[in-house]
Ligand binder design. Structure first.
Ligand SMILES: NC(=O)c1ccc[n+]([C@@H]2O[C@H](COP(=O)([O-])OP(=O)(O)OC[C@H]3O[C@@H](n4cnc5c(N)ncnc54)[C@H](OP(=O)(O)O)[C@@H]3O)[C@@H](O)[C@H]2O)c1
Length: 241
């Protein structure tokens, strides 16, 4: 299948790319960081993966949709790219940074999904979300609220798509020891709000609440394969693995 993974060159997205590439899917990966994209493309190609890497900023409402349209149809969209957003009491953080997190995490995800749905005949949209969008994550509200909105968007899309062979699923990969959570757990900061988040992340990791990366990536691969299409609109979590 032809799978587009936003943020597919780094961290969790990179792990997704490696496993999906090894399974023989044809990959298109995006992000903002051209160097990282070029490196990921070269490394994946060296392992025999059919992959092309493209700079596409999810903060630009046209970039990812234009890319998807230029591809003339994909089978699966993995909306993985996202920002962690500002940390601190909501009324004190930079409001432009707070709002930009929605532009990337919500609008970027929604517009990529729209373009994929307009051009695909069948397949699935997989929106990577977080437990922070189900419960809460005080002091990280742009991230938490934007992920909650993506979960609700996915539920609505699934109903709108019910007469087409396209599934829409939310996927919470669990807390994994890469990317956002690893940075959270290892961060050194003098800022008390950052410290609070960092201590919480360490406490979760030390209590064994992290999901092993391999498990998280394997479950994503099963969703990509169509195994969970019957749950279109729903949220798949590590417990489903
Ligand atoms: N790590 C965890 O434990 C965890 C837990 C729950 C959910 N998640 C979710 O999993 C996904 C990946 O998380 P992560 O931990 O790997 O995060 P990360 O380390 O911050 O990586 C974010 C990825 O998104 C891309 N990205 C960020 N802003 C972008 C933009 N404006 N346009 C295009 N790409 C952009 C980045 O690539 P560039 O820098 O090249 O743009 C990078 O590939 C996210 O959706 C996150 O919410 C992660």
């Amino acid at each position: 299948m032809r799978v587009l993974i936003t943020g597919g060159a780094k961290e969790l997205g990179r792990a997704f790319s490696e496993v999906l590439g090894a399974q023989g899917h044809r990959l298109v990966i995006t992000g903002r960081d051209e160097k990282a994209l070029d490196a990921a493309e070269a490394e994946l190609k060296a392992r025999g993966v059919d992959v092309s890497a493209h700079v596409a900023d999810l903060g630009d409402p046209d970039a990812t949709p234009k890319l998807i349209e230029s591809l003339g149809g994909i089978d699966v969209l993995v909306n993985n790219g996202a920002l962690g957003g500002p940390v601190g009491p909501t009324w004190q953080v930079d409001e432009n940074e707070w709002w930009h997190t929605f532009e990337v995490n919500l609008r970027g995800t929604a517009f990529a999904a729209n373009a994929a749905i307009r051009t695909m005949t069948s397949g699935r949209i997989i929106n990577v979300v977080s437990n922070a969008g189900v419960h809460r994550w005080p002091y990280v509200t742009a991230y938490s609220v934007s992920k909650a909105a993506v979960i609700k968007l996915t539920e609505n899309l699934a109903i709108e798509l019910k007469h087409r062979p396209i599934a829409a699923l939310s996927y919470d990969p669990g807390m994994v020891d890469v990317g956002l959570m690893r940075r959270g757990a290892t961060m050194e900061s003098d800022d008390p709000d950052q410290q609070r988040i960092s201590e919480w992340a360490r406490s979760q990791r030390d209590a064994g609440r992290f999901t092993p990366l391999e498990q998280s990536v394997d479950l994503l691969a099963r969703i990509v394969s169509g195994e969970f299409d019957h749950r279109s609109g729903g949220l798949i979590t590590p417990q489903d693995g």
